[in-house]
Design a protein around this ligand. Structure first.
Ligand code: ATP
Length: 273
């Protein structure tokens, strides 16, 4: 077992400055991880919407300690990849293994129960319910209710704004605050893997910075993250590794820093010539 667990990046919590370095994740074998700490292994999955062949052989891995990002243009298949993993659209071919267990054909509720939780694109909050009630919904599948208070405190520590607004109806929050509720709700399930679908979508720049800081913080507290983003620059800045998707395929994969320097990626996704 190697001892490569990195120290957390040096960073003032309130500073919005982007981090210069992404840390290499721990590569060791963990109690719940598989080979080389692999917690999620997706192998050659093919997923359809009726006759539309949306994913044409996607393979990816997430290891303990990692932030892995999936970037790519609209319609490339990023959300469908998450839907295949979370059981909302099971693949017709291929295999998905989570913590050593084949979950390829499992329904969504058992996948949540196993410890994969998602903050969906568009947030999907219950707008007429309070912030607190929305957060409670994230914990409804849990049997260890005694830890509820501890988890709520953790969410409020990550998002102090939510503590201030716990009785406010979610539908009346700003976009950035709603994103915080969606992420907080995902964390209330005490997940072993968090999947975030476009957490920065539609947010003002100040909130975008904050959301990515919090993504890092959640990861540093020990939760691996699979992050789907259109904001490739920010995603590659916080991630350890990345996959570039194009029309149902993985076009490129590498560590995040190398992808950010890749000419093809810079031209297509980072707005550089
Ligand atoms: P975006 O960032 O725009 O959400 P994406 O990379 O997440 O893009 P997906 O939403 O996964 O892409 O879409 C992949 C492909 O599947 C696209 O061709 C899309 O048109 C198709 N698709 C997605 N949802 C459906 C659906 N409900 N019915 C039919 N086709 C769909």
């Amino acid at each position: 077992m190697s001892e490569q667990a990195p120290p957390p990046p040096e960073r003032a919590p309130a500073s919005p400055a982007p981090q210069p370095e992404t840390q290499a994740p721990p590569q060791q074998q963990r109690a719940n991880g598989g080979r080389d700490g692999v917690i999620l292994e997706v192998t050659d999955i093919h997923t359809y919407y009726g006759s539309i062949h949306a994913l044409k052989g996607i393979s990816l891995q997430v290891r303990e300690g990692e932030i892995v990002t999936l970037i790519g243009a609209n319609g490339a298949g990023k959300s469908t990849t998450l839907r295949s993993i979370n059981g909302l659209n099971n693949p017709r071919k291929g295999r998905i293994v989570f913590q050593g267990k084949d979950i390829t054909n499992d329904p969504a509720h058992s996948i949540v129960k196993m410890g994969i939780s998602q903050s969906p694109e568009g947030r999907r909050l219950f707008p007429h319910m309070s912030v607190l009630e929305n957060l409670e919904m994230g914990a409804f599948q849990r049997t260890d209710r005694q830890n509820f208070k501890e988890d709520l405190d953790r969410v409020y520590a990550l998002f102090p704004r939510l503590a201030e607004r716990k009785t406010q109806r979610a539908g009346t929050l700003s976009g950035g605050e709603q994103q915080m509720v969606a992420m907080g709700r995902a964390l209330m399930a005490r997940p072993k893997l968090v999947m975030l679908d476009e957490p920065s979508m539609g947010l003002a720049p100040i909130f975008v910075e904050r959301i990515f800081e919090i993504v890092k913080e959640i990861n540093q507290q020990g939760t691996p993250i699979l992050l789907v983003e259109q904001n490739a620059l920010m995603a590659l800045d916080v991630a350890h590794r990345g996959y570039v998707m194009e029309t149902g395929h993985i076009a490129l994969t590498d560590d995040a820093k190398a992808l950010a320097k890749n000419e093809q990626v810079q031209k297509a996704y980072l707005g550089m010539d």
